[in-house]
Write a protein that binds this ligand. Sequence first.
Ligand SMILES: Nc1ncnc2c1ncn2[C@@H]1O[C@H](COP(=O)(O)OP(=O)(O)OP(=O)(O)O)[C@@H](O)[C@H]1O
Ligand SMILES: [Mg+2]
Length: 389
Amino acid sequence: MARPLNPFSPSFGVSPPLLAGRRAALSGFETVFGNVRSPNYATLVWGLRGTGKTVLLNAFEDRAAAQGWLTVSSAGAMPSGLIEDIARKTTRLLHNFETEHGRRPGRVVSGFSFGALSVQTEAASEADGPGAALRDFESVLAGLGDLLAERGTGLLITIDELHAAEVSEIRQFGGIFQLVSRRPERPIAFAGAALPELEDRLMTGAAATFLQRCNRHEIGNLAISDAEVALRSPIETAGAQIGDEALQLAAEVSGGQPYLIQLIGADMWDECADPVAGIAADDVERALAGSVRKFGDHVYAPLWRRLSDLDKRFLIAMLEDPGSASIADIGRRWRHDNRSLSRYRQRLLSAGLVTSVGRGRIAFVHAAVRSYVARQAIAEGWIETEESG
Ligand SMILES: Nc1ncnc2c1ncn2[C@@H]1O[C@H](COP(=O)(O)OP(=O)(O)OP(=O)(O)O)[C@@H](O)[C@H]1O
Ligand SMILES: [Mg+2]
């Protein structure tokens, strides 16, 4: 019998063969379908790199589509600008909807340009400027919302990578959303995803009101039992199998980190001579080092590159302690006062590299961070061997 294809999806933004866990976020989101007043109409998915924000937004979109809803998906860093991108996509949907349902199209907005004064609509002259473009967008959105409401469905707007958006655009979007969707109770839902760094940059600024009103789902690592399901179920669906010991080992080492689960799954499958006969513990053991290394390179390397030398030295000083490290010890190791230490600590916390464990102590968020830092420390000549700290 031919070897079945590797079922795992170790790539960012690619939906896993089985979306494990995330029950609260999914069932919360589903309340929008029956209740136009559901607080989940504005939802924010929040989590570190590789925790599965994008694929959760995709799952929301799939569920919306299954209910006959339409979707506009955008991302924070659109070259054309976020609002303009959403406006253009919404306009296209309205136009298609009207054509499909044999309605005489209303005012067709042919182009949006908010920065330059070049709004092209049949009714608005160019001199009306960006304010007119925003009003056009509002009326297009309201029009589409009404048509969909008549049919008992709605519109979902998703914005991925919200942390990369301009603050002014988030504020504008929030204003329009409030006005067009929430106040008149139109079935227009919003779901955004962001890295926790959004907290520092946006939650306190001008975009804050809208974002703070969103219903937040903080997503992190999956429970180990969910990690086991995420590993076993795709294997069995592919017609293969995995032993209990192998499964436990793989799930434990993943720590429930969704991207690492996919990497380990894919690698142990490739290491195994015959997955149909069964993946065994030694297949997993051969796979792990490579999976953890890839995880570090893909998730932590971009963060590491943005760190200052002092940030790096802070992390390297943590290597001396096998478990968590006390901030005071780290300070003694490289003679820094508490104030500057707490600045580094805060930066590393919000980058998602370390986590606070009780008073005055911190730890790497995942064993993969430790091994990444140790490798970089040697590669960049900070230390000579892993043991010398
Ligand atoms: N619930 C889940 N169960 C199993 N695998 C998952 C789950 N969520 C995400 N994954 C897997 O984890 C990886 C990362 O997912 P995704 O790209 O959505 O993360 P992200 O949070 O958007 O990352 P980034 O912050 O870099 O954009 C993908 O390989 C995906 O298939
Ligand atoms: Mg993503």
